[in-house]
Design a binder for this molecule. Structure first.
Ligand SMILES: NC(=O)c1ccc[n+]([C@@H]2O[C@H](COP(=O)([O-])OP(=O)(O)OC[C@H]3O[C@@H](n4cnc5c(N)ncnc54)[C@H](OP(=O)(O)O)[C@@H]3O)[C@@H](O)[C@H]2O)c1
Length: 387
């Protein structure tokens, strides 16, 4: 039971908010065109150290942008772990130390870049609060993202691409409200053109049980394992889509829901795919969805009588978990499906190579795991990420 409750809470974070994939982005004709259009232009990536942000940095460089990666703590990139996690993504980009929560700092950075480059053509925001709790969400998903927009408007920047989330269309969580508030501010202004991309789910959010099943424990699915369906998208595919929004005018002034190439996948199907990738016999445990209500209601009750912010936040984390246990993250319209990398391909790769530990999700692996089972950090060159 204790394991189940821990799992419920950890799923909460996983679902909304994991490791880079060593995937190859297929270069389409459109991409080649966009690459030519982007040559010599300037792009700023905010939230550059995030799961999608770092893929965007790599994609912007690949498309020929002079790319500036905004980073709050550049020292994080210098450690051995930082080298492994970021070096393959940041090659060719300028790393700029910047506190996005400090409007003046951001304004200065944008003014300096504009002075050097004459114009900022694209700002791509992949900023997101790490916890999803109300205070962080309004600080980052709303205010810091707004700071980026205002700094861009002040220097006459061109196009703003917002990485949002599919789930905001049915918003009963605090972080979704914060995201919607920024989406509204972006749409209201007319100085910069914009694209809002709302992805369904990332591969990291449906990969957290790899190490669990490898340890011999069952795959835990909610309800009968068929309560929800999703079509997650690979981070490299999503990064290509986000950067292409800058040059593809048909994506301007639009809110776009976006999922990956898979057909609808239930949790049970995801489990079966993971067992297939690991070559293990399927072994499932089914957790009732009401377990979330027990955890949430208990935490909320305690929060209300004690006034504890910690307990209030824990209850919100529980609500985040429940949200993804009961809501589909699915696009079926062909115009809302994108990319070439399927979830099975991703599972096959991480089952062989391991995946990077992500403290903000249910990625249980401590480090990328080598084929021989040695859990020491893999050298950066061994984990070279693509192409
Ligand atoms: N997970 C999913 O399945 C899923 C699906 C659809 C949409 N989304 C949405 O996609 C977005 C991005 O997700 P992600 O997983 O790529 O994000 P992430 O890995 O959590 O990265 C968040 C980025 O924001 C930065 N950041 C957070 N707090 C900050 C602070 N206080 N000051 C400065 N920078 C801060 C982080 O910097 P540090 O590295 O310095 O912390 C990092 O660069 C989120 O809005 C999420 O809702 C997620």
């Amino acid at each position: 039971m204790l394991r189940l409750i821990t799992f419920v809470l950890s799923m909460s974070v996983a679902a909304s908010f994991a490791p880079p994939t060593t995937t190859t982005t297929t270069t389409t004709t459109t991409n080649r065109l966009n690459t030519q259009l982007a040559a010599e232009k300037t792009a700023i990536i905010a939230g550059a150290t995030g799961y999608i942000g770092k893929s965007c940095v790599r994609e912007a460089v690949r498309q020929g942008y002079k790319t500036y990666a905004l980073v709050r703590d550049p020292q994080k990139l210098e450690t051995k772990e930082g080298q492994v996690s970021f070096a393959p993504f940041f090659e060719g980009a300028e790393i700029v130390k910047c506190d996005v929560t400090n409007e003046a700092d951001l304004q200065k950075v944008f003014a300096d870049i504009t002075a050097d480059r004459q114009k900022i053509d694209a700002i791509v925001s992949c900023l997101a609060s790490r916890s999803g709790i109300k205070k962080d969400a309004y600080l980052i998903d709303y205010q810091a993202t707004l700071n980026c927009l205002e700094a861009g408007r002040a220097v006459g920047a061109g196009h703003f691409v917002l990485l949002s989330a599919f789930c905001v269309k049915n918003p009963w969580l605090q972080f979704q409200q914060a995201k919607l508030k920024f989406e509204a501010a972006l749409q209201e202004q007319t100085d910069m053109t914009w694209s809002i991309v709302r992805p369904t789910a990332f591969f990291k959010s449906v990969s957290g049980q790899l190490e669990v099943i490898q340890s011999g424990a069952p795959y835990v699915a909610f309800g009968d394992g068929e309560v929800t369906r999703c079509n997650p998208i690979a981070e490299s595919d999503l990064a290509t889509y986000l950067l292409d929004c800058v040059t593809d005018k048909t994506r301007h002034q639009r809110i776009i829901n976006l999922g990956g190439p898979d057909e609808p996948l239930t949790m049970k199907m995801q489990g079966e795919m993971l067992f297939k990738a690991t070559g293990m016999e399927p072994n499932f445990a089914f957790a009732p969805v009401w377990i979330f209500d027990v955890v949430i209601n208990t935490l909320q009750f305690l929060a209300d009588i004690t006034g504890s912010e910690k307990l209030e936040n824990a209850a919100e984390t529980g609500r985040i978990g429940k949200y993804y246990a009961v809501e589909d993250m699915l696009t079926t319209d062909p115009s809302e499906k994108y990319g070439t990398i399927t979830l099975q391909e991703h599972y096959n790769r991480i089952a062989k190579e391991g995946q990077e530990y992500d403290p903000y999700t249910t990625m249980f692996s401590r480090n990328r795991i080598r084929k021989d089972g040695n859990t020491k950090l893999v050298e950066a060159k061994e984990s070279a990420m693509v192409e």
